[in-house]
Design a protein around this ligand. Structure first.
Ligand code: NCD
Ligand code: ZN
Length: 344
């Protein structure tokens, strides 16, 4: 049997939700990842250090005995966020940064930012305190086509922000376009990007050909194959600006398989195996370790993990459904095969 040992990975973009859902989502991610950046798009959103620390302790309550898992919290940036809150966040080891959601861009983003320009004082404070800005990079204007929203956000907002704040640490989350890859590559070393399994493994044909596939629907939406290929090249290149962030985003089956379905792919039950599948498809499994367990920690100036995990070459099939307290959930890649499996 072939086996691959890599340092324990970290998930730099994760949605766990709250309440009884944590009983499903926390063990799934804690089984493989050491650290995870926990996204703050709850209802109401997690906007203060106090709310984030309370949320973090609810997460820790669900970590199985004997398992090490360190949630690092992102705070939800709003028009009310102050430079003082930035300083408070900078001083707390459990807070990793602020997440910018353009209002209306995605699940639970109504409290998000309506004017990026109005953020100047807060961005200045983040630059000064070296607090990273994590960005959902899509405009929400109704006249901008959904497939162009990431590119237009980069042109209108990200290029000006990086020019105005060259020392601001910025992560463009879950990138989906050649435009995003070019932006990140051309920016200085303070700019990086996370990449999801679905955007590496799929393109919009997987969403729309042969019937609508709601479980492949996430935001930013899957793009055409030529964009997927540029994302793949970036991940395979070994450029340290590109690293793992699953964007695992649980929604129950009833909320996905409906006339107006939620955006998000629940990839946590097979997260590392999905990335292994991608790298092995391209004969580049040697690149998995840095992508999953190295570059993200380096970017955030955190120590790399010293423990390891083992993946074994073994065919298996992702479950059709996962039970949760709120009803069944269909994971990403449900019912489909994978060639590598975490040795649990
Ligand atoms: C995420 C969610 O469900 O919270 N959904 C998604 O499609 N990715 C939100 C997000 O990261 O955009
Ligand atoms: Zn997300």
């Amino acid at each position: 049997m072939q086996s691959l040992i890599i340092p324990t990975p970290d998930d730099w973009h994760l949605h766990l939700r709250d309440g009884a859902m944590l009983r499903t989502t926390v063990p799934a991610s804690a089984a493989v990842f050491n650290r995870a950046v926990i996204m703050p798009n709850l209802v109401p959103p997690v906007t203060t250090v106090k709310a984030a620390l309370d949320y973090r302790s609810r997460i820790m309550d669900e970590v199985p005995h004997g398992v090490s898992f360190n949630p690092v919290m992102a705070l939800y940036l709003t028009a009310e966020t102050t430079p003082e809150q930035v300083a408070e966040a900078a001083a707390n080891e459990h807070i990793i940064g602020f997440k910018l959601y353009p209002s209306g861009a995605t699940t639970n983003s109504t409290a998000g930012v309506k004017s990026v320009d109005a953020l100047e004082p807060v961005l200045a404070a983040m630059q000064e305190h070296r607090v990273p800005l994590l960005v959902h990079g899509e405009v929400t204007d109704s006249d901008i086509d959904i497939f162009d929203r990431e590119r237009v956000f980069i042109e209108r907002h990200l290029i000006p922000i990086t020019e105005r704040f060259p020392n601001l640490k910025l992560v463009l989350e879950h990138i989906t376009t050649a435009d995003a890859v070019a932006f990140v590559k051309n920016a200085n070393s303070n700019v990086a990007a996370t990449m999801t399994p679905q955007h590496l493994l799929m393109n919009r044909n997987d969403l729309l050909v042969g019937g609508v596939k709601p479980h492949n629907y996430c935001l930013p939406i899957l793009k055409r194959r030529s964009h997927q290929q540029v994302l793949q090249e970036a991940a395979l290149s070994g450029n340290p600006k590109f690293f793992l962030g699953t964007d695992s985003a649980p929604h129950v089956q009833a909320s996905k398989e409906t006339a107006c379905g939620c955006a998000g792919c629940y990839s946590a039950p097979a997260a590392i195996e999905l990335y292994a599948e991608f790298f092995s498809q391209h004969n580049a499994l040697d690149k998995l370790a840095n992508f999953a367990s190295g570059y993200g920690a380096d970017f955030y100036q955190l120590p790399r993990n010293s423990e390891t995990i083992e993946l074994v070459k073994q065919q298996w099939t992702v479950a059709e459904t996962v039970d949760t307290a709120n009803g069944p959930m269909v994971p990403y890649w449900a019912g489909m095969g994978l060639n590598w499996r975490l040795n649990r």
